[in-house]
Structures are given as C-alpha cells and as structure tokens.
Design a protein around this ligand. Structure first.
Ligand code: ADP
Length: 245
C-alpha cells in the first residue's frame, strides 16, 4: 500500500518556490528520513504531504486519496516543531491527551474497557505511564514528544510524521527516542522523520529523501550513502553537515 504519493509538486510562499517539482512515494512500512540544509523546504514538504498546504501545481495522495479530500486524520500522528518546543496552552493531563487519540479512532463518545487498556498500553510503550497524571504543558520537550506519540498509538495511527523531534533533547534521551521510533517502525508503523543529523537518519531510516527546494535523492539509504546527493544538496549552502551519531 502507498501511504504518500507526490507527483510534480511545486509550492511557493511568494514568488520563490520553497518546493519545486518534487515527486516521491512513501510505501507502507517505510522509515523515510527527510533531510536537507536549513530552509531547504523540509517542513514545507511535510506540510504538503499532510494536506496543511495546497500545492501550486502537482498532485498529492494520502493513503490513496487526494489529500484535499482525506478525512481519516486519526490515521496520522504528527509531531510538529511547536509540539516539541512550545507550551500548548490547553490544560490537559497526559492521560486525557492520549485518551483523545483513542476517541478519534473509536468514533463514539464512550470508552470501553478495551479502549482504556489501549490507552494504558500506549503510555507504557512510550515509557510515560508514570507521567499520566501530569499536565502536558508541564512536561519536558522529550516527554511531550512521547505523549504525542502515545496519542498516535492510541488512535492506531498508520503514519507517524515528526519534524526535528529531538531538538533540545539530551543525547541519551535522543538515542532512546530513536530506538522507540525504530521499534514502532518494526511493528509496522510508517515513519517520516525530518532530522538534521545525517548519522541518525542513515542509521535508522531505510529510505532517504534529500531536498534543497528540488529533490536530490529519493530512494534507499544505501544508494544515498553511495551517491553524491548529500554534497550536491548541501554544497551550495556552506552549511555544516553533521555526521556524528
Ligand atoms: P526547512 O524545514 O528545510 O528548514 P522550510 O520548509 O521551513 O525549510 O522553509 C523553506 C523556505 O520557505 C525557506 O526559505 C523559508 O524561509 C520559507 N518559508 C517557510 N515558511 C514560510 C512562511 N510561512 N512564509 C514565507 N516563507 C516561508
């Protein structure tokens, strides 16, 4: 099954395209690393994939439907940059936030014992069951990401999309976080990850999309590592390429 399919997608905020003529496919079970220098269009491309922007030209499908008509939001878990850094103002507990994800999937206003068990499992899987009674906006950045992921698990999301989820998270927690993503991917969840650390991406992702407005590489990680796409995409910018793990 195809999760995301883009054909010749172009999008500009003003005159200058942020994404130009991008075609790519994300298949069920993929772990796609989306990389590129700062300002290269990664967040814009992710927003296009999720229907948060409409393309100026080209077509986008999510789970086989035109993205503009897609109405199964519970199938997608999205951890935005704001989710990591900003403080959401809604005073809800972790358990309440995750329970909302379960409501989205259950599609009715009452939770069964099974629904409650699924919420408990989701909290446990991401390792925040002890924080269930805390307010979401009192969590650290790393804990908050886990809460967002637990919510996606409770809604039985098929796709997790994450935009630089470990900014401001210490190295040890980062590693644990990426291990969690890898094990979720192994359990069948498709992952799209924007990450500036190339080492993390090439270690964890099986597919790479390397963008600098245009796509420089789209394919498996091995062929990316052997290609010149990285230097070509980053070459013109003078930005430092992070290779450390
Ligand atoms: P990345 O995620 O790779 O850092 P972005 O997708 O955020 O890149 O941005 C791509 C380009 O579009 C950049 O030149 C950025 O300045 C511009 N841009 C991003 N968001 C907006 C916006 N809301 N309005 C105008 N320009 C924007």
């Amino acid at each position: 099954m195809t999760v995301v399919h883009l054909e010749h997608v172009t999008f500009a905020y003003g005159e200058q395209p942020a994404v130009r003529d991008v075609s790519l496919t994300v298949e069920d079970g993929d772990f796609l690393g989306l990389i590129g220098p700062n300002g290269s269009g990664k967040t814009t491309l992710l927003h296009l994939m999720l229907g948060l922007h409409s393309p100026d030209s080209g077509s986008i499908e999510l789970f086989g439907q035109p993205v503009a008509a897609f109405d199964e939001g519970e199938r997608i878990g999205y951890v935005s940059q704001q989710a990591t850094s900003g403080g959401g103002s809604m005073p809800v507990t972790v358990r309440e936030a995750v329970t909302m994800g379960r409501f989205a999937r259950a599609g009715h206003g009452r939770l069964t014992d099974e629904d409650r068990a699924i919420v408990d499992d989701a909290l446990e899987t991401v390792g925040i069951d002890e924080l269930a009674g805390r307010q979401v906006n009192q969590l650290s950045g790393g804990q908050r990401q886990r809460a967002y992921i637990a919510r996606a698990l409770a809604s039985e999301a098929d796709l997790l999309a994450l935009d630089e989820p470990t900014v401001g998270v210490d190295a040890e927690s980062r590693d644990a976080f990426y291990q969690l993503l890898e094990s979720l991917n192994e359990s069948g969840i498709t992952i799209i990850l924007i990450e500036h650390d190339i080492g993390v991406v090439t270690n964890r992702a099986n597919r790479i999309a390397c963008i600098n407005t245009e796509l420089y590489h789209h394919g498996d990680t091995e062929s990316f590592v052997e290609s010149d796409a990285l230097t070509e995409a980053y070459g013109a910018t003078g930005q430092v390429v992070h290779h450390h793990h």
